[in-house]
Design a protein around this ligand. Structure first.
Ligand code: WTA
Length: 651
């Protein structure tokens, strides 16, 4: 069955009173572009300010002078906006529904009043550990309510959190603790997921061996599993919270103070610490949450991402809680105990908006539809996707089988750097096309440039690199400790624009279609990975001389990791060594970086100046060996024949 991707799908019935309709979207978008000061000046007021801002926008994309400021003289507290201000009206409303990994364990409903109490207590524990405004606190936690408490507790006292996804290894954790010079690490004993258990605390112990001795370790005893305990360094966080006062005055913060750091992969070098601000980020997360998902009071919102990624920051915690929403936190995985888990949870908690990644949709689509249809999903109103392009087949299945044709699909394009959605349909306003992220959000000015010349392509259709011509409040402000790298990464190549690293096509209707990364970043199951990070891990192995890593199309993961490895001259390839290398990468970075394919490469294709021709390696990994292009500039063209003859992916 081929799916028609070019005809717009009408907006389903029932969205006549959505926050945005076709007419209001057009008018509001036009205003947001012609008068950003007026538009965002108004939207900033969705937050409560201790001292209102008098300046709205002060941004400069000029290379060498890049500076991004929004609401710069405003004073506020993010935690107050997500918690305190809701207490008079929503104290007894559920803020967080916690659904544990084990479906037989009871779910927990945490009200705004309880959330406030927990956050205040945890903030006081942080203060008692000597954490002060501006200090960094690293969180290495499972998907448990304490993760949200910890984020908000940091925000309350003006500390900057940096969450490290619990799937990262101890080495990766240590690097991030050291890069941000964190004073405190918050972790948990162990983390059950899909019936298996990750030993978070022992990973943390291993990481802390490579960090400053002064780093304190606050431990959430979540499962009660036994862990080692270092006297004087480790603190039983829940026990301390019991002792602490439930009242911790919020710190008055400047809008431009950092709210958090989140490390993400780029095409070169070590992961970058993306810095987000308090005022602009929070206003943008709240606004996009409300409009993109057409969130209304009383709805139950579920984003299945992990809080270790930006999606969890913006759409499990900050956006929903700033809006006084009920947000669901799920500790488990989509396929445990079976492929019906997501739908069972949707039915159980009467979820209204459901937001997940294409990789999960593809994995579930591969199972019987019965896993979906045996559940009552009539509460669902809006379905979202994020993380990578969604293939039209997965879109159609999501639409027909999960949404029963009644739920608009919002395919949201954005990045860690953007803080919130930049390209997305709005449920009541935008007709969709399967596989397209459609049109810009309010205030967003996408452009397509010719990759080589940087020329602005104004007519439709257009294909090239995706850039943005102006700032929005949720934009990242800098790379932690390296503003120069921030400017070079995003503003140098295409002067005057923010460069995303993505390629895109704009069709005759002005709809945007993401064609994938144009740099050496790959997207594995919606997790962003720099190929250079995997390469550095491989070459750090004593038996590896050289390695080159590329992405290749993978049916479920979107992209898989394909590694070409050249061994030291006296080392023989073997299956045992292949397993060793897989384990090695897991410990260096984490399970998400494990290569799907390792091909032994006696040599790598290089130009005479020694540069690896990755284009050729990508083609071979894709099993597309006919169109390798010009290989005459190679120093040693024969290596290509060997790589083709021994390629591992034959279709
Ligand atoms: C990709 C995740 C196509 C894109 C929020 C981007 C997408 C990178 C989509 C950012 C989408 C994200 N359609 N591609 N709807 N959403 N991407 O920083 O390549 O983990 O640059 O942020 O994911 O990944 P990140």
């Amino acid at each position: 069955m081929t799916i028609d991707t070019n005809t717009k799908r009408p907006i389903p019935a029932g969205f006549e009173h959505a926050h945005a309709t076709p007419h209001s979207y057009a008018a509001m978008y036009a205003e947001s572009i012609s008068d950003p000061e007026g538009f965002w000046g108004r939207e900033g007021k969705r937050l409560d300010w201790i001292k209102p801002y008098s300046k709205v926008k002060n941004t400069n994309f000029e290379f060498g002078e890049v500076s991004i400021k929004w609401f710069e003289d405003g004073v506020l507290n993010a935690c107050v906006n997500c918690v305190d201000r809701h207490l008079p009206t929503r104290g007894s409303q559920t803020a967080i529904i916690f659904e544990p990994d084990n479906p037989d364990s009871p779910a927990r409903h945490i009200t705004y009043a309880e959330l406030s109490e927990k956050v205040n207590r945890m903030a006081n524990v942080l203060l008692s550990q000597g954490v002060v405004e501006g200090d960094r606190v690293v969180l290495y936690l499972p998907m448990i309510p304490e993760a949200a408490y910890a984020m908000l507790a940091c925000a309350r006292i003006g500390a900057i959190h940096s969450i490290v996804f619990a799937g990262f290894s101890s080495d990766a954790l240590a690097n991030r603790i050291n890069d941000s010079e964190a004073k405190v690490l918050i972790t948990a004993d162990t983390a059950p997921r899909g019936g298996r258990v990750t030993a978070l605390k022992s990973n943390a112990d291993a990481a802390l061996l490579n960090c400053s001795e002064k780093t304190r370790c606050l431990v959430v005893k979540h499962t009660g599993d036994q862990t080692t305990w270092v006297q004087g360094r480790d603190v039983d966080l829940l026990a301390q919270m019991e002792q602490a006062s439930p009242d911790c005055p919020p710190r008055a913060m400047n809008a431009e103070d950092p709210l958090f750091i989140l490390y993400t992969s780029g095409s070169t070098g070590r992961p970058k610490g993306v810095v987000h601000s308090i005022g602009g980020y929070l206003a943008f997360a709240a606004m996009t949450h409300e409009y993109t998902f057409d969130y209304h009071d009383g709805d139950v919102f579920w984003c299945t991402a992990d809080v270790g990624w930006v999606t969890g920051h913006s759409y499990i915690v900050y956006g929903p809680l700033a809006n006084g929403a009920t947000t669901l936190m799920f500790e488990g995985v989509p396929t445990f105990p079976d492929a019906g888990r997501f739908w069972q949870v949707c039915e159980k908690h009467k979820v209204n908006q459901f937001y997940t990644a294409p990789t999960a949709i593809r994995a579930l689509m591969a199972q019987e539809d019965e896993f979906v249809t045996r559940h009552d999903l009539s509460s669902l109103r809006v379905l979202g996707t994020v993380g990578e392009p969604i293939n039209p087949e997965a879109w159609a299945w999501y639409n027909d089988v999960v949404g029963n044709g009644k739920c608009p699909i919002v395919d949201t394009w954005w990045q860690t750097e953007t803080g919130g959605h930049l390209l997305t349909p709005l449920p009541g306003a935008t007709e969709t096309k399967p596989g397209s992220a459609t049109v810009p959000f309010f205030g967003i000015k996408p452009v397509i440039l010719e990759p080589e010349s940087g020329k602005l392509l104004e007519d439709n259709p257009a294909e090239g690199v995706l850039c943005f011509a102006d700032s929005w409040p949720g934009q990242m402000r800098t790379i932690w400790g390296d503003h120069q790298r921030f400017m070079e990464t995003y503003f140098q190549q295409y002067p005057g624009y923010y460069f995303t690293g993505d390629g895109a096509l704009r069709d005759e209707d002005g709809y945007y279609w993401i064609t994938g990364r144009v740099d050496d970043v790959i997207n594995v199951s919606g997790h962003r990975m720099g190929t250079s990070e995997v390469e550095s891990a491989l070459v750090a192995h004593a038996q590896v001389a050289e390695a080159a890593v590329v992405g290749y199309p993978h049916e479920i993961k979107g992209q898989g990791i394909y590694a070409y490895v050249t061994l030291m001259h006296d080392v023989e390839p073997s299956d045992g060594l292949r397993k060793d290398l897989e384990t090695w990468v897991r410990t260096q970075i984490g399970p998400i970086a494990r290569p799907d394919v390792i091909q032994w490469a006696p040599g790598l294709p290089k130009t005479r100046s020694g540069k690896i021709m990755r284009r050729i390696l990508r083609k071979i990994a894709e099993n597309d060996c006919k169109s390798l292009g010009d290989i005459t500039t190679l120093a040693d063209p024969e290596v290509v024949d060997d790589l083709i003859a021994n390629r591992m992916n034959r279709g």
